[in-house]
Write a protein that binds this ligand. Structure first.
Ligand code: GLN
Length: 283
């Protein structure tokens, strides 16, 4: 079959669900993944024919996309900070907003040559600690997660990306202390309220882990309160806490840091202009 015909079938079947542009991007990710074809191939060879055998994984992927299975689950990887991460239904797919948080941290410590001790809370795929360690090889990076299944993926991701990160199995709601203090604590905890579910896409709702995403409408800042308190006791003097936050709760989350006497507090927007990141220094 002509490759362009397959592309047309993708659009016919999927544009209603995802829109044309996203379907384009899925199609090119799939031909790159399964057939090692670059995205400009159709411009170069508009009449490229692919074999029956080569078609099969593309049509399998098409059926799975129709069920709103995330593309990253189909190709079993996600891109984050120029690295590849394995993902599964047990971990949140790394988001571009979270890359912005990692870049903020890296920018802040650019000229710091000490062996920083860094902790990530609620690590999921491990994208935050692994990309930090990759960029700061001298840092001593640890992370905790409540989910054994997530930790297994994170450990695998550390291995594949050839970095050393210490992984601790624990619930942040239950621990008050770790074996050492840290210069930086970072977290992207669950923050989506039940009332926000209506606005979410099917692929997130049906296929990503609730444990990593949702909090109750009554106490949406549960994790932020606990992590702020944890940071007060586990940051070195002058240590810094970084959060990814719910865009609708910027002020409230900032207030938590103020009440805990953090200084130099800064709220930042993500690339979409939403309040998304927060930072504060332990006075
Ligand atoms: N930003 C994620 C989403 O929109 C949520 C991440 C989280 O809850 N920590 O699905």
């Amino acid at each position: 079959m002509y490759l362009k015909e397959i592309k047309n079938i993708f659009h016919l079947e999927l544009d209603v669900v995802y829109g044309k542009e996203e379907v384009n991007s899925f199609f090119y990710m799939l031909i790159e993944h399964y057939l090692e074809l670059e995205r400009f191939i159709l411009a170069l060879e508009p009449n490229l024919v692919i074999s029956k055998e080569e078609e099969t994984p593309l049509f399998d992927a098409l059926s799975r996309l129709k069920l709103e299975i995330p593309i990253q689950h189909i190709i079993e990887k996600a891109h984050f900070m120029d690295l590849d991460f394995k993902v599964s239904k047990n971990v949140l797919i790394p988001r571009p907003e979270t890359e912005e948080l990692v870049r903020w941290i890296l920018d802040d410590v650019l000229n710091d040559n000490t062996d920083l001790k860094i902790l990530d809370i609620g690590t999921g795929s491990g994208c935050i600690p692994i990309s930090i360690k990759k960029n700061l090889p001298k840092a001593n990076v640890s992370s905790v997660d409540i989910s054994d299944n997530a930790l297994q993926i994170a450990i695998e991701n550390a291995k594949v990306n050839r970095v050393e990160v210490e992984f601790v199995h624990a619930s942040i709601l239950e621990i008050n202390k770790l074996h050492q203090k840290f210069d930086i604590i970072v977290s992207n905890p669950p923050y989506v309220r039940e009332l926000e579910k209506k606005k979410m896409n099917g692929n997130v709702l049906k296929h990503e882990p609730e444990l990593a995403l949702f909090v109750t409408d009554e106490d949406p800042l549960l994790f932020y309160r606990k992590i702020t308190e944890f940071a007060v006791h586990n940051l070195e003097k002058g240590g810094v806490l970084y959060f990814e936050i719910n865009q609708y709760l910027g002020k409230e989350t900032q207030q938590l840091l103020e009440e805990a006497n953090f200084s130099d507090i800064e709220l930042r927007q993500d690339m979409f202009g939403n309040d998304r990141m927060l930072k504060g220094k332990l006075a």
